[in-house]
Structures are given as C-alpha cells and as structure tokens.
Write a protein that binds this ligand. Structure first.
Ligand code: FES
Ligand code: FE2
Length: 337
C-alpha cells in the first residue's frame, strides 16, 4: 500500500509538530505528500493550510504571522486560518477575488502536539486517558523522520517474536522467543492485544524500574488505533506502569515521522526523564535499524508475505486496512499498480 495514493488516509488525524516549536515562527511539514504550514493564532490555537501560495506557488512558511494570519514572503498576499486571502497589498481597496484561496485543514492541539486532518475526519484523535490523569507524568521522547512505512512500525509494536532477535542489548530474552500468553481482539477502529512476555533487564533498566531483578515479566496491553497510532501499556510486578504512545505520521510513501511520548505513574525524583528516554532511545534504535531495511510498500494482500502465529496482530491490521479501503471504494495502490 502506498499511503499517499489512498485518499481515505487523509481522513485521520496525525500529530505533526510539537506545540512548543510553533512559538517562534511558522513551520512547514509534509503530510501524506502534501506541503502544509502551521502557525499559532493569538489565542494559542494551531492552524494549518497548504504551504503553497495560490499566486506564484511560493512557500508561505517563509512568511510572517500578522495578527492571526500568514503573509506570503513573495508579494505579501495574506491568508487567514481557513486559507482565504484577506489582504492583497497591490489591490488597494478593490475586492479580493474569491479564487484567491489556499486549502485549509483541520488542526487542533492534543498531547503537546498540533494534530492535522487533511479531510473530513472519520474518527477522533486516539483517547489516552492517562494523559490527563494526575497520577501519571508525560515525557516527550522522540519526534523524528524514519525511512519506513507507518504500518511496518505498527506491526512491529505488536510483534512479540522480534524482541529476542532485535532487542538484544535492551530487553529481549533468548529464553522467551514467543509470549507466554497472547490474545488479540478487534475494536471498531483497531485492535487490543493482551500478552505476557518474559524479558531481561539490563542495569539502566533495573535502575529505571527500581528493581534489582535482571529478569522479569511484562504484562502488556497494546491498543492499535487505525491507521498509525499504538498505545503500549507495560505493567511491571512492582506496580510501575509505563505507557508508550507512538504515532508514525505519514510524510510520504517511504518516510514517517516517529512521534513518541510516554506516561509513567512515578515521579522525576524516582527516575529522571532523561534516563527513561535513554533506555527507550536504545530500544527504538534497535527497531529503527531493522525497520529501515523493510519495504515501504507493505502489501495488504496476505498472500504476498509469509506469516507465523505471532503475526496475528499484523495480519489483522492488514485485513482491517483492506476493509477500510474497500468500504471507501478504493483499490490498494502499490509500486506495481
Ligand atoms: S507568490 Fe505569494 S504573494 Fe506572490
Ligand atoms: Fe521493538
């Protein structure tokens, strides 16, 4: 599946830029192959419109914010938060033609990010109740592009056969090539996987978990929210809960922005955020090294790759996405189509 060729994927929300990055100046981003520009209005709300002026195609992101609007750096045409041109310096008091307009997109703040939907949303932004639970602190971990398809990362998150081979310096255990328990159930817009996995704990992780055991069991509850968000809840025997939320925002067919934050029911005094990030960074880099070798054209047709028992979540993801395309009258687009 080539993500930019499936219009239905424009009808989901994606986190594109951290809100704090918007405080200085407008910022550009490529979402599903579409150039967009984001800025903040005076009330602090984020705005997104196409980053291509309708006059001579200059990038609006190089322009200036004036009140709540953005002024093109080339000839000064100014566009509002809906993308409508509201000022043309060369026109004086003459009316502005209604065709002077760039596409505007839905944009809202959630979890410290500006989220954008390029079309009419099919479903709300994934609910993460712990993000507003005072027992949990939020740690922003990564926000960076990887050369990988989002679906490969989603499958990887719910693939409990890979830690033994990929996470060899972090938590993978040679004694546990498969989970002890694994149950997958479908939801309307995703999947829930419950599993128990034996893992090892290297020294930094023992420190982060406040545990001296070099081996333990993780109780995992993993939610996949169609198409590219995962919430991984890990419960440790000592009561610690770490929730990792990960969205692979599709930049174009072969590249995704990896947006990851976590929530933990402990405090900075218990474990500094930098140590949590350091361990999760090591885990993530192990995944990145493998995932960037995979083909970005992930086939939804199950006969085109081979599967095993632990691939059940990935197979269901592919089936659900194939059904979504069908329901919206789309045929899967691939490199060969
Ligand atoms: S290109 Fe934007 S005002 Fe001319
Ligand atoms: Fe992994």
């Amino acid at each position: 599946m080539l993500v930019t060729k499936q219009p239905v994927l424009r009808r989901f929300w994606y986190p594109v830029i951290e809100m704090k990055q918007l405080h200085q100046s407008p910022k550009s981003f490529e979402l599903l192959g579409e150039p967009i520009v984001l800025w903040l209005k005076r009330d602090g709300q984020p705005v997104a419109v196409q980053d291509r002026c309708c006059h001579r195609s200059a990038k609006l992101s190089g322009g200036k914010i004036i009140d709540d609007n953005i002024r093109c750096p080339y000839h000064g045409w100014t566009f509002n938060d809906c993308g409508k041109c509201v000022h043309v310096p060369q026109l004086g008091d003459n009316p502005i033609p209604s065709s002077y307009q760039v596409p505007g997109y839905k944009c809202i703040e959630r979890y410290g990010y500006a989220w954008v939907c390029l079309g009419e949303p099919l479903v709300d932004i994934p609910q993460i109740p712990e993000a507003s639970d005072p027992d949990f602190r939020m740690i922003h971990e990564f926000n960076e592009p990887w050369k990988v398809a989002g679906l490969r990362v989603m499958e990887n998150e719910l693939d409990l056969a890979h830690p033994t081979f990929v996470h060899t310096t972090t938590f993978g255990s040679g004694d546990h090539p498969i989970p002890d328990v694994m149950e997958v159930n479908e939801t309307e817009w995703g999947l829930v996987l419950e599993a128990t996995l034996g893992v090892v704990n290297p020294p930094l992780q023992q420190q982060n978990l406040k545990m001296e055991n070099d081996k333990t069991t993780r109780l995992l509850t993993m939610d996949w929210f169609m198409p590219f968000t995962c919430k991984l809840r890990i419960a440790y025997p000592n009561g610690l809960i770490q929730i990792i939320v990960n969205t692979t925002t599709p930049i174009n067919d072969s590249t995704s922005q990896i947006v990851q934050f976590c929530l933990r029911n402990d405090t900075e005094a218990d474990v500094p955020a930098k140590d949590v990030i350091a361990f999760d960074r090591a885990v993530t880099l192990e995944d990145k090294a493998i995932l960037e070798t995979t083909d970005y054209d992930v086939p939804l047709n199950l006969s085109l790759e081979q599967h095993m028992m632990t691939d059940k979540p990935g197979m269901l993801m592919r089936r659900k996405l194939a059904t979504l395309l069908k329901e919206h009258g789309e045929v899967e687009q691939t490199k060969g189509s």
